[in-house]
Design a protein around this ligand. Sequence first.
Ligand SMILES: [Zn+2]
Length: 268
Amino acid sequence: MTAEVNTTEGATTRRLDAPWHPLSNSGRGYLSVYFSERLARWPIREITRPGDNKSDPNIETGTYGLFSTCEPGMRNRIVHDGASTIFFLTTRKRGAGRVLSGYYDIGWFTEGTQGAINRDYALAASSMHFIVPIPTAHLPGPLAEICSAPFRTMRPLDSTTTSALREVCDNQPDRTGNYLDEVTRIERFAHSRSGYAYPSWGREEGFTWNNAPEYYQTDAELSKVPNSSKNKKWRCSECSHVIKSGALLKRCPLCKEMATLAPAEATA
Ligand SMILES: [Zn+2]
């Protein structure tokens, strides 16, 4: 796998090789809501979310769903429908309403550690554009209502809405660099507090392209794994430890094996 990253007119573009497959673009897209980092100056993902450190949207690698198990349904639909633009929405302060922070233009996909059987596809952007966040209520025309309407984590968009929202973002200067700096700063802060950039993952460092191959699907004998655990407990089939996590992790934080965790049933 090679990743060529070129910067042209403020947008980052690149080409990926196998095991990544090119995604056909139907013109459609998705709105995707993420938890925002309270300690950050820019609305990056919630890296320090207690017991559930967030890795997506992973702007430092331009991926979604490569390192985390977030939104398998949306990732599956994006791959099958060619809905290649993901717009990111988040709430910075409780009760303040959502803001639009930017978008990915997804150019590639590959099977994640949990495989197609679990609808686990990793998505990689061919370009991305993050901006000074815009309150969704201030978006022009019907976009304000479409983006502010109550929905929980994601919402599919038709091609008219997708191109209108892209125009809104493209008319704003690219601030992706500010977001990237903030990811690094918050990871460093978390590391200085706990010795880990991602304590709930047992992960000392942040994410780079060098980590990507560890997260590709390689196990031909995968079985179906539920994506949630009622008691937030997961048992590792490799080291048999039970770990606590808000979300299914792709890698066991103790023995570091991939795709070994499954919900641990409460013991009487
Ligand atoms: Zn383990």
